[in-house]
Design a protein around this ligand. Structure first.
Ligand SMILES: [Zn+2]
Length: 336
């Protein structure tokens, strides 16, 4: 049963990594820095700034070092970066990130497609990265395709639980459960998140959903109900996965904040500021973005009620019929 309350929720922004990585047009470094700086001042708990991947693999994020160097860090905000391997980890440490996010898939085929290695090789890499990062920065492991794989279909929750246990043995304290291609449903999310939290109360779990099939916010609520308090989201709903056919954007940050705020949860995020930033995205990326509240405005928005003046032309019918049924005319004219 869902409970509502004043729990503090951590909203973690991923647009400048998960979103920008698949943009066909290179976003200029100046624009990335400006957006991250603005996001930093919006009250987000964490920002996944970039990825220290091979510039050949992800040319959109080839400026990872410059971006990290030039952003103005706001105290209290964590600055994270994704690393695909040990080499990326060394670069991220050099760039003085607060957190390293290393990714591996629950499914063998997605891991091969995304990282060009099998899961055992990934686990070996994560052990090496953990040894490098220990005592220096936080380490988060993102389990991609935790709820389903575009190549293999359903992922047994026992497989995910086994991975979580192996990460725990390595000393990992932060784990993201990622629905990389937006196939999870709320019942499944509730079950897996509940199991993970019950088995590992010492681990900080993040829920990372893509809204590919319009279940993103419902999944976030299911995760919240299971006890998750950390959520990844992407401004404007930007994002996708270059190696997962049909993947689309992450759950939209401002839509998620709008929902949580309206329900009475504390996110610490300035919704108005986020909405302004989201509205600047289409010009930045050169296309429309899926966010909805940025278009409709928050639910608290009130429209000026224009009292119809009889015969002023506000109503379409002749004045005579307005006199007969004024109420229905008013309702019709305000609905359009
Ligand atoms: Zn993602």
């Amino acid at each position: 049963m869902m409970t509502f309350g004043d729990k503090r929720l951590h909203i973690q922004e991923v647009s400048t990594r998960d979103g920008f990585q698949i943009e066909p047009q290179f976003i200029p470094t100046d624009d990335k820095v400006a957006l991250i700086d603005a996001l930093s001042r919006a009250g987000l708990a964490k920002i996944e700034v970039t990825s220290f991947s091979s510039p050949r693999a992800i040319p959109a994020l080839a400026d990872a070092e410059q971006v990290m160097q030039r952003i103005a860090r706001v105290p209290g905000v964590e600055y994270s970066a994704l690393v695909p391997n040990v080499r990326g980890c060394a670069r991220a440490l050099q760039a003085d990130v607060d957190e390293i996010n290393v990714v591996m898939s629950a499914s063998e085929s997605h891991n091969r497609a995304n990282l060009r290695m099998d899961c055992e090789q990934s686990l070996t890499g994560i052990r090496e990265i953990a040894a490098l990062a220990r005592g220096r920065v936080h380490l988060n492991v993102s389990i991609s395709t935790a709820f389903g794989c575009p190549f293999e279909g359903d992922i047994d929750s026992a497989r995910v639980m086994d991975l979580i246990e192996r990460f725990r043995q390595i000393g990992i304290k932060r784990i993201s459960l990622c629905d990389t291609t937006g196939v999870a449903n709320p019942a499944q999310v509730h079950r897996l998140c509940g199991k993970a939290l019950a088995a590992c109360p010492d681990i900080a779990f993040t829920a990372h959903f893509h809204d590919t099939r319009a279940m993103g916010l419902a999944n976030a609520l299911a995760a919240l109900d299971a006890g998750i308090v950390r959520f990844d989201a992407s401004l404007g709903g930007l994002g996708g996965c270059p190696f997962a056919p049909g993947a689309s954007g992450n759950v939209c940050t401002e839509d998620m904040v709008h929902m949580f705020n309206a329900m009475g949860y504390k996110t610490g995020v300035d919704l108005q500021r986020l909405l302004e930033l989201a509205r600047s995205l289409p010009a930045l990326v050169g296309h429309d973005v899926p966010g909805q509240v940025m278009k409709a405005g928050p639910s608290s928005r009130r429209y000026p009620l224009q009292e119809p003046q009889l015969g002023s032309g506000l109503v379409c019918e002749p004045a005579a019929s307005v006199e007969q049924a004024p109420d229905s005319r008013v309702a019709q004219s305000s609905r359009s």
